[in-house]
Design a protein around this ligand. Sequence first.
Ligand code: FAD
Ligand code: NAG
Ligand code: NAG
Ligand code: NAG
Ligand code: NAG
Length: 446
Amino acid sequence: MDKNERIIIIGAGVFGLSTALRLKEEGYNAVTVLDRSMPPVSDGSSNDISRIIRFDYGDPVYADIAKEAYDLWKTDDYSDAFYSAPCFWVCQEGTPEEPIQLRAQEYSEKTKRVLTEIGQEWTAVKTVAEAKQRFPQLTGELASPGFDGFYNTAAGWADAGKAIARLASRCVHAGVSFITGPNGQVVDFEKAPDGSITSVKTSSGVEIAGDRFVVATGAWTASLVPAWNSMLAAGQIVGYMKLAPEEVVELRDIPIYFNFSTGFFCFPPHEGTGYLKVACHGFGYTNSNSSNISSPPSKPPASRANFIPEDGVTRLTSGLKSIFPQFADRGFERVGICWYNDTPTGDFILDYHPEHKNLFIATGGSGHAFKFLPVLGKYAVGCLERNLSDKLLSKWKFPTQFRERFQSNIFTGDGSRGGPERREMTGSEKGTFDAALTASARQAKI
Ligand SMILES: Cc1cc2nc3c(=O)[nH]c(=O)nc-3n(C[C@H](O)[C@H](O)[C@H](O)COP(=O)(O)OP(=O)(O)OC[C@H]3O[C@@H](n4cnc5c(N)ncnc54)[C@H](O)[C@@H]3O)c2cc1C
Ligand SMILES: *[C@@H]1O[C@H](CO)[C@@H](O)[C@H](O)[C@H]1NC(C)=O
Ligand SMILES: *[C@@H]1O[C@H](CO)[C@@H](O)[C@H](O)[C@H]1NC(C)=O
Ligand SMILES: *[C@@H]1O[C@H](CO)[C@@H](O)[C@H](O)[C@H]1NC(C)=O
Ligand SMILES: *[C@@H]1O[C@H](CO)[C@@H](O)[C@H](O)[C@H]1NC(C)=O
């Protein structure tokens, strides 16, 4: 590839920024990142107080790459946003009447097998009593009968907003150009007769020309480019509970707790905000139009809207209660929807669009891409340059087999999700969500 090509990257999340930095490191001269807003973007999926960093995976490919990333998180380049903590995975022994539990147990077994294969030690926790002995702060009932769990101490979490801010400033230092706000919000593409892209149109009316384009717009991607049903934006629930300073100290050494059956997970306290954060790695909520294109809201809010559906509040509360009964009635100070861009298999998409030969798609995080921040750019650019093993190129290729048929049930992911089936938000939920977005915009103006 010609190092003087003008490369336009749309999206300043973990996919876009890591790709931009890597391109500069490889000597590309003209790399520009566009976004609706400055990174860390208020409602971007790469922005939050925490993301799990682990290499516990049922899929050996991601286990290997995540281990490579984990080793880098601990180095000086990334460690100021990284906090070590064991990752404690729990599930129930499944029965045929409970397919979700069987699937959870199967994923847990696969993960332990992969860890053993890559030479990583893990510790089995066979009973609730053992769990409480190892992690005495977990005072809830956890689960019985049929409790099954394990933990890996080679894990931790990252302050995602901080890590993205760091990555963005490294991009600036490396010479990446940024255009944000209405001049950076892409609404359309200009095409040559052969389908290749010549420029993007932005919401301010400005056009930006380029030679190669990278679409790294996360959950917004299917509403920007024809996605051929290869991805689905699904909203996931997050809750933030305020802790007193002494509670932050008391819970400092808790593990990251992840219930495979429900997808519920909880982080150690975030000292800067005093928040105890809980979330669910589930199938999520869609926000679709009548063509079945699900999308997050397009206008960037001042901060993530303080809204999740009521059944989501119930799930977060009951998960929290099962580990920390003392917090059952405290309520969340804030909640929010964070968007996954799901693919059918949970694999990323790092490939050229089948109809536009200079349009590279870098997305499909499927709820697990953040941890790869230190290495994602290397793999994305490897795919962009077609300079990677066939195995990886084919793992991350643009899925074309669903082009003609939308079926939300193809998005089953990698088997790691828990909880209820995916569903569309109701009209009244969408109304409440809109009102919360408006409130967030109003607050910003004050
Ligand atoms: C609740 C939750 C928990 C998660 N937990 C973990 C975890 O523990 N560990 C982990 O590894 N991963 C986790 N993930 C997944 C991870 O955060 C995502 O896979 C990753 O951040 C996605 O990055 P992205 O760059 O694709 O998307 P984003 O960060 O959303 O970036 C896309 C960007 O595109 C911009 N954009 C959109 N449309 C346009 C447009 N038209 N013009 C210009 N710009 C546009 C947006 O403003 C946005 O900044 C979690 C995700 C969520 C939602
Ligand atoms: C996981 O969640 C299920 C459903 O709420 C619950 O029955 C079980 O006790 C939880 N298990 C653990 C170990 O937290
Ligand atoms: C649904 O959204 C897509 C992407 O934004 C758009 O192209 C399509 O026209 C919309 N369909 C309807 C019926 O609004
Ligand atoms: C949208 O999805 C539903 C459920 O999968 C399906 O019944 C319907 O035909 C789809 N509509 C369009 C326009 O694709
Ligand atoms: C391919 O990747 C290797 C290893 O990263 C690198 O040395 C080489 O320059 C790359 N080749 C091209 C054509 O980009």
